[in-house]
Design a binder for this molecule. Structure first.
Ligand SMILES: [Zn+2]
Length: 366
């Protein structure tokens, strides 16, 4: 990527978090229009998530060069470190530091499963840069990304004009039962933590059904102790992920979750402790950037509509420090974070053209 950026004539710099920036100067000394995404992935993930936004950003800059287009504002390509959080937690760690939401020291000390620190690994690969990783002014931040859901494809649309990113709430439930032998212990005296957990799993699904609308609820992680064939599970920890465009809906979902947990634990005679440990509110994108993306989608001839993002993106943190917006292109069968991830070239072309036109619009053609 960096070689391609240099070949495209960009001045490349790297910041303290390994974020890579390539600037194409503007006619005036103004804050840049920043186009960004990420080039990390998840294990056995696809090749479009993140990479497509970076490559379309590079293509935008190449097209500006090829057509001899000068802009008032510079146009900068940005590549953010460790967006997925597959190796170092939390996800979006580097845009989070840049937005001032995650302390640099905490990010540096994040360790992977082998105990290696992020800062040491950045140094080892030669990407521990000197530029301070702090909020930098920008005219607009634009990110093209695959939808990772089925809506655009179902409706035969090529481009989604993203209005914002849904609110997200994460909780952790620890259930303490009584570990005992699977043989001599009669059913009537059991306090099985996993049986209560199973009720919570289906109860969490029921919350989404009850509330309706766009809310989605997931139990994705379960740790069972001792997790062997012939013992009644004594303790279970599980994760709960709930998302909705409206913060009020998430408040109601949390109240329902409290009830689901209480009832499941009472029935089995076990103790549950529920921790609501992470919450991000709905992130609306900047109206002038969304309007520019919509104009660009229209001008590109793409069939398009407004859409919300159900997944977190670096654009979420960028929206905290400046005007940001996103462009979605369809994902085949709505699938991503898997090797089947695919977006057709026609759709990519419409998305890339939308990105190019929005960038020129916001950067101001000279
Ligand atoms: Zn991504």
């Amino acid at each position: 990527m960096v070689r391609w950026m240099r070949e495209a004539g960009l001045r490349v710099t790297v910041d303290q978090m390994g974020n890579i920036f390539g600037e194409r100067p503007g006619a005036e000394r103004l804050p840049p229009v920043m186009i960004g995404s990420h080039i990390d992935s998840v294990p056995t993930g696809g090749k479009y998530d993140g990479q497509l936004g970076v490559l379309c950003g590079l293509e935008t800059i190449r097209a500006l060069e090829q057509h001899g287009i000068r802009t008032r504002h510079p146009v900068t390509l940005a590549i953010f470190t460790n967006e997925e959080g597959a190796r170092f937690q939390p996800a979006m760690i580097a845009s989070g530091v840049m937005a001032g939401k995650i302390p640099l020291e905490d990010a540096y000390n994040a360790r992977d499963k082998d105990g290696l620190r992020l800062v040491d690994e950045l140094e080892r690969i030669g990407y521990l840069g000197a530029e301070p990783c702090v909020p930098r002014p920008f005219r607009a931040y634009l990110e093209l990304h695959i939808e990772q859901g089925p809506c655009l494809e179902e409706e035969g649309l090529a481009v989604g004009v993203v209005d914002g990113i849904v609110a997200i709430a994460w909780s952790r439930l620890t259930i303490e039962g009584v570990q005992d032998h699977a043989g001599p212990t009669p059913m009537r005296i059991r306090h099985d933590a996993l049986v209560a957990a199973a009720e919570v799993v289906t109860g969490v699904r029921r919350i989404a059904r009850e509330l309706g609308g766009d809310v989605v609820t997931t139990v994705g992680n379960l740790t069972v102790r001792p997790n062997i064939v012939n013992a009644i599970p004594g303790a279970v920890t599980l994760s709960i992920d709930m998302r909705d465009p409206r913060d009020e809906t998430l408040d109601r979902a949390r109240t329902l979750l409290d009830r689901v947990v209480r009832e499941a634990c009472d029935r089995e005679g076990v103790r549950g402790s529920l921790e609501h440990y992470w919450r991000v509110p709905y992130t609306p994108f900047a109206p002038d950037v969304v309007a520019a993306v919509e104009r660009a989608a229209k001008a590109s001839g793409a069939r398009h509509r407004h859409i919300l993002s159900g997944a977190g993106h670096d654009a979420q943190y960028m929206a905290a420090i400046g005007p940001a917006g996103m462009i979605f292109v369809p994902s085949r069968d709505g699938r991503s974070h898997c090797e089947e991830e695919f977006t057709g070239m026609d759709d990519i072309e419409h998305g890339a053209t939308t990105l190019f036109l929005a960038a020129v619009d916001l950067a101001g053609r000279v």
